[in-house]
Design a protein around this ligand. Structure first.
Ligand SMILES: C[S@@+](CC[C@H](N)C(=O)[O-])C[C@H]1O[C@@H](n2cnc3c(N)ncnc32)[C@H](O)[C@@H]1O
Length: 281
């Protein structure tokens, strides 16, 4: 991110969710606030998507990861989760349509510059702030998650759910495992959903995914938010278990296609973005 500036990839991800509501009619992930929070940017985002059909794959992946996270959250609430931490929230809208009301307190954690920008957008769109929401402005490069959450009133003894979407790829491997370790050690038990990419395919393995991944990596780097980590699936799972997670569910491209794209004509390649749910409960 550029110093003092809100995250531009946060705007990009929110634009994909808004476009998905219009071009695919929210078929994977329906979000009644996705277009509204984009305000005047929504129209340009839709035009841009229509002119760049190659971005569809990323848009569908973003819709899938958010849908998967919210379905997993609902299951965890039924199992006793009472706090949700939206890590690197960007323009995520869950907190403003929280169907669990008093049963689920939401903490939105984000870089102070991105969070201030979001609050301005919420005000402009006249989206009310529910009393079940607490903002926790944290710059991970200056403060730990433990300190920032404690200051916001997060209770480590309560069972908690973390969504961490579109953030891990921008962090170093060490920063990713440090956050996952914090989540795994929470005494009240915790669930986390996050996404990651496999290392770039090379040589004869180069396929449509590699080309798309390279184009995306170049685009995010050009706006000052370069990808810094990729994980091999087996090694990541071993590390999650070593950190203390008991159950790991990993949706790679094949499972994503099977679960979300049957008869929908969606394209997802065989190697690429993964979505993981890990739990200590
Ligand atoms: C690609 S956006 C994802 C936003 C959101 N989760 C979504 O899916 O739309 C990455 C997020 O990570 C946050 N982020 C990046 N660097 C950060 C840092 N050093 N401290 C706190 N948050 C950071 C950005 O502010 C941004 O909201």
């Amino acid at each position: 991110m550029q110093p003092g500036e809100p995250s531009r990839t946060a705007l990009g991800a929110a634009a994909h969710r808004a476009v998905h509501q219009v071009l695919e009619r929210g078929s994977i992930f329906a979000d009644p606030l996705a277009v509204r929070i984009l305000g005047a940017d929504a129209e340009a985002a839709i035009r841009d998507a229509e002119n760049n059909p190659s971005r569809r794959m990323l848009r569908l992946f973003i819709a899938v990861r958010t849908r998967f996270a919210e379905d997993a959250l609902a299951a965890a609430v039924a199992r006793g989760a009472r706090q949700l931490v939206v890590l690197g929230a960007g323009l995520d809208t869950f907190a403003y349509r929280n169907a669990f009301g008093e049963s689920l307190h939401v903490f939105e954690v984000d870089h102070p510059a991105t969070q201030a920008w979001k609050r301005q957008r919420l005000a402009e769109a006249a989206i009310p702030l529910p009393h079940t929401l607490t903002f926790a402005p944290i710059d991970f490069e200056r403060e730990t998650l433990a300190e920032g959450l404690a200051a916001a009133g997060f209770d480590p003894a309560k069972q908690s759910f973390f969504t961490w979407l579109g953030v891990a790829p921008y962090l170093t491997e060490q920063a990713v495992f440090s956050t996952l370790g914090f989540i795994a050690r929470l005494p009240g038990g915790a669930h986390v959903v996050f996404d990651y990419g496999n290392p770039r395919a090379s040589g004869s393995d180069r396929d449509r995914y590699a080309a798309a991944q390279e184009a995306l990596a170049t685009r995010v780097a050009s706006i000052g938010e370069a990808f810094r980590s990729y994980f091999e699936t087996d090694a990541l799972h071993a590390e999650l278990m070593a950190l203390g997670f008991r159950e790991v569910e990993d949706l790679g491209p094949a499972l994503i296609r099977e679960r979300y794209f049957v008869n929908r004509g969606g394209f997802l390649p065989d190697r690429g973005g993964h979505i993981v749910r890990a739990t200590t409960v």
